[in-house]
Design a protein around this ligand. Structure first.
Ligand code: FAD
Length: 439
């Protein structure tokens, strides 16, 4: 779609959340000429990357009266993608050689990501737009605008009208707990990865970790440092899988899925193996949840599909390009298709997933078509396409994560892409050091 010829219009926009998505949305909206207010529940910017040693009172986060801890970050967490491809396009996430306290590794710790987001906020004066310690409790449409109800940490309520709302409240806070037959009578401890922080509580235990993607792969190895045995249950594995994995204490196994849990503490896997476990750690992902959002039934969440959401995002660059697009649509520099056409597009996407048997819960996981999608959004709003090296780093980074979960953060085979990235940064004058400093 070509950018529209309409006069540019400035809107009064509220952004909910000051994590990576909210920060870049605020920057793009204000660059486009909108007035922006960011409402943030916490005391600082950074969202998920603000580590808290505190976890929720209910380790499975099922109790609706629990007080919410936003972050799912555990103490040992390092990024699961190389830093070059994580950063925003004009503010690269590169090592800060001018500050010894910073982590210069290619896959740095969570503290470095938080420091990067704080640097980003400082560089673009984003904190000026943020009202901290304000929780949005309700958002509802009124006469073509939106009424936003919020409350301060001291409980004082407030409401305000905005032309548009950009929801950046994160989607890694509401655990999805996998159902295990027989679990109600199983006597052990259960915890979701959202509430996992350190391995200490699992010392000398036999632990079953469910899930083997980024968090499951990490947490199982973290716990194996202190536990007696760790057994991973992996849905992605063949039913007869039973394999010992190479970790220093020789105490980690991978199985297929769990079949049943029993009252005597045993857990039977689909491969027929039986383990008497002390704890289960669910690394089974999260649910989308926007408790504050009232859209009169227009937007529903069904099996983790956010229904009627036109054109889906999870990474910093995706947030950035989507934000540019949202800002351009709100200023009428870009026009959206008619509502009917957007609904047609959404239905066609759902049908394409159904046709190949992809469950609803994966509606917003773009996988292999991510770069195609990003380039489509970039073209819509007239911004540069995503760099070749970035797309390739994401694809190869995830491949390494799956194939070499023990080593992928310290050994890699894509120096060519790293070189391309740093040369690109240098050409665009985005870094103050010579690429040879890194390569
Ligand atoms: P968040 O960072 O969660 O920010 C949302 C903000 O909204 C928070 O500050 C919260 O306080 C605020 N908020 C929520 N509700 C309200 C409300 N009602 N009122 C006011 N404020 C509110 N991505 C990568 O690219 N690389 C990685 O290595 C990586 N590792 C990850 C590791 C883990 C364990 C997880 C869970 C995710 C990881 N991700 C990673 C993906 C991650 O989601 C993104 O990196 C990104 O940080 C998410 O940003 P966000 O702004 O969408 O959400």
């Amino acid at each position: 779609m070509a950018p529209a010829q309409n006069p540019i219009s400035s809107q009064h926009v509220v952004v909910i959340g000051a994590g990576a998505a909210g920060l870049v949305a605020a920057r793009e909206l204000s660059r486009e000429g909108h007035t922006v207010v960011v409402l943030e529940r916490e005391k600082e910017v950074g969202g998920l990357w603000i580590y808290s040693p505190k976890a929720e009172s209910d380790p499975l986060s099922l109790d609706p009266t629990r007080s919410i801890v936003h972050s799912s970050v555990y103490e040992s967490l390092r990024t699961n993608l190389p830093r070059e491809c994580m950063g925003f396009t004009d503010f690269p996430f590169v090592p800060r050689f001018d500050d010894e306290s910073r982590d210069s590794r290619r896959y740095p710790s969570h503290m470095e990501v938080l420091a990067y987001l704080q640097d980003f906020a400082r560089e673009f004066n984003l904190e000026e737009m943020v009202r901290f310690e304000i929780e949005v409790v309700r958002v509802e449409p009124v006469n073509g605008k939106w009424r936003v109800w919020s409350k301060t940490s001291g409980g004082v309520s407030h409401d305000e009208i905005f032309d548009a709302v950009v929801v950046c409240s994160g989607h890694y806070t509401e655990p999805n707990v996998a159902h295990i037959p027989g679990i109600k009578s199983w006597p052990g401890k259960q915890i979701h990865s959202h509430n996992y922080r350190v391995p200490g509580p699992f010392e000398n235990e036999v632990v079953v970790v469910i899930g083997n993607f980024a968090s499951g792969a990490d947490i199982s190895r973290d716990i194996a440092k202190v536990a007696k045995e760790v057994h991973i249950a992996s849905r992605a594995s063949e039913f007869d899988t039973y394999e010992k994995l190479p970790v220093p204490r020789n105490n980690l196994w991978i199985h297929s899925e769990i079949d049943t849990a029993y009252e005597d503490g045993s857990i039977v896997f689909k491969n027929g193996k039986v383990v008497y476990a002390d704890s289960i750690v669910y690394c089974t992902g999260y649910k989308y949840r926007f408790t504050f959002l009232e859209t009169n039934g227009y937007m529903n969440i069904d099996e983790n599909r956010v229904e009627h959401l036109y054109k889906h995002g999870i990474q910093f660059v995706m947030f950035e390009i989507q934000s540019k697009w949202v800002a351009a649509v709100l200023s009428r520099r870009v026009t959206l298709p008619t509502e009917d056409k957007m609904m047609e597009d959404i239905s066609a996407w759902y049908a394409s997933l159904d046709a190949v048997g992809i469950p609803k819960r994966y509606t917003h996981k773009l996988g292999k078509i991510q770069s195609e999608y990003l380039n489509w959004v970039a073209e819509e709003c007239g911004c540069p396409l995503v760099e070749h090296w970035r797309n390739q780093q994401i694809v190869r980074g995830y491949q390494r994560l799956v194939s070499h979960p023990e080593t992928y953060r310290d050994e890699w085979d894509d120096n060519d892409l790293m070189e391309e990235a740093y040369e690109d940064f240098a050409r665009k004058k985005l870094i103050s050091f010579h690429p040879s400093h890194i390569l």
